[in-house]
Design a protein around this ligand. Structure first.
Ligand SMILES: [Zn+2]
Length: 411
């Protein structure tokens, strides 16, 4: 089984193109069996469509001006910024074009993929805004909203992480990874939010339309260094934006938000590779401490986070969109590594993220969860398996519901 990471060009370019061919040619491209002949036709059309996509990306590319002298100064002074871009502590760098990118593109076109998307509808529990309004100070609950979006009630605050509610995680409205399931909530129907947290600038974590709709109803946007200018451009008032570097913290009432480390990369276009920081978040409340991984490869830094900030009661960890090739392997952890990360963080309950919403990899849509479950069982990790939109009040033991299994995709 081979896999692929998200937003690692050129799959980010080829995959949407191949899907567009699929739609144009009547669905054969993403069928489970496709021969080399089909792949060659698809490759040809893909290249033509990539040209269109390139044009779109060039037009939609975001400027990497950080929004003023002080913001620029902070970027340049960051220990994570070196030689004109942000860098990982272990020296691994994501590149836009490389031999391994080409290998994966070819693999994408030739591999017989299995269960790319669900055959039966993914169950979605609609978010009831009334349940998330007037929150008691001693209540803690959360709802996974699909992919990496999470809604959290803690100490009377309502927090939303990496909100992506629109149809496609793409710079182009009509092309790119399309949702497997409807969002359980819209930006319009959410109650007022105390804080929105962003982990990095990739399209499946940071979406212009969703952010612009949330601008008026959110008190504070906590973002990695370098992202503030994007949000401002999308309508978020400057005074609502806090840009943080790793190990900087922001207090808000009884909560402390600490920007913690991650091994990943950033880009929204062809000319902004690693121009904005990526990070994980630790939320420290009166009684609970939570961790949100964002995207990361596995590295020793998680142990340091727990050493500095203490154990995490709940960890929200990326499990999907991995690949065994080159730097993909180092920038996107596997499900087994996510379980190891949970243990490094002295985690209580593990909540898997980054799966079941977008097709960003070569693995089946449910493989990340099956692998995470197997590893969690092996190591005795308390793993929660909420349905999209389900309200979870952790009670110390994971509620295992194998909702993703069906006749079409048994264990
Ligand atoms: Zn990413």
């Amino acid at each position: 089984m081979r896999h692929n990471g998200e937003h690692q060009a050129p799959l980010a370019l080829i995959a949407p193109a191949a899907r567009a061919i699929d739609e144009t040619l009547g669905g054969a491209m993403t069928d489970e069996k496709k021969g080399p002949g089909r792949a060659i036709v698809a490759a040809g059309v893909s290249i033509a469509l990539m040209a269109i996509l390139f044009t779109g990306i060039v037009i939609s590319r975001d400027e990497t001006e950080y929004g003023g002298f002080e913001r620029n100064r902070r970027v340049l002074a960051s220990p994570q910024y070196n030689g004109g871009s942000f860098v990982n502590p272990n020296g691994v760098t994501g590149t836009l074009f490389s031999r391994e990118s080409l290998d994966v593109a070819i693999e994408y076109l030739l591999t017989e993929r299995v269960d790319i998307q669900p055959k039966v509808a993914i169950p979605v529990a609609k978010i009831d805004p009334a349940q998330w309004t007037g929150l008691p100070r001693n209540e803690f609950k959360y709802a996974w909203l699909g992919h990496s979006s999470v809604l959290i009630a803690i100490d009377g605050n309502l927090i939303l992480a990496d909100p992506v509610f629109e149809e496609r995680a793409s710079p182009i409205s009509w092309m790119g990874p399309k949702r497997f399931h409807p969002s359980p909530v819209t930006a319009e129907t959410l109650p007022p939010l105390d804080a929105v947290l962003i982990t990095h600038d990739h399209y499946d974590h940071l979406e212009e339309l969703t952010i612009s709709k949330l601008a008026g109803k959110t008190g504070l946007f906590l973002v990695p260094l370098g992202i503030g200018a994007l949000l401002e451009k999308w309508g978020v008032p400057r005074e609502k934006i806090a840009e943080l570097d790793w190990w900087e913290a922001r207090e808000a009432g009884s909560l402390t938000f600490t920007a913690t480390s991650a091994v990943h990369y950033s880009s929204r276009g062809l000319f902004d590779l690693n121009q904005r920081l990526w990070l994980s978040w630790t939320i420290t409340g009166k009684e609970k401490q939570l961790f949100i991984s964002g995207d990361s490869g596995y590295f020793g830094g998680f142990r340091d986070i727990a050493k500095k900030l203490g154990p995490m009661d709940v960890t929200f960890l990326k499990i999907g969109a991995y690949n065994d090739k080159g730097t993909w392997r180092q920038l996107h952890m596997t499900p087994e590594e996510a379980v190891a990360e949970h243990m490094d963080l002295s985690g209580g309950q593990m909540v898997p993220l980054h799966w079941a919403t977008f097709d960003l990899a070569l693995h089946s849509w449910y493989e990340p969860m099956e692998r995470a479950m197997t590893e969690a069982k092996r190591l005795g990790v308390n793993i929660a398996t909420p349905k999209v939109g389900q309200v979870v009040i952790p009670d110390g033991k994971g509620e295992i519901d194998y909702w993703w299994r069906s006749e079409e995709n048994p264990e």
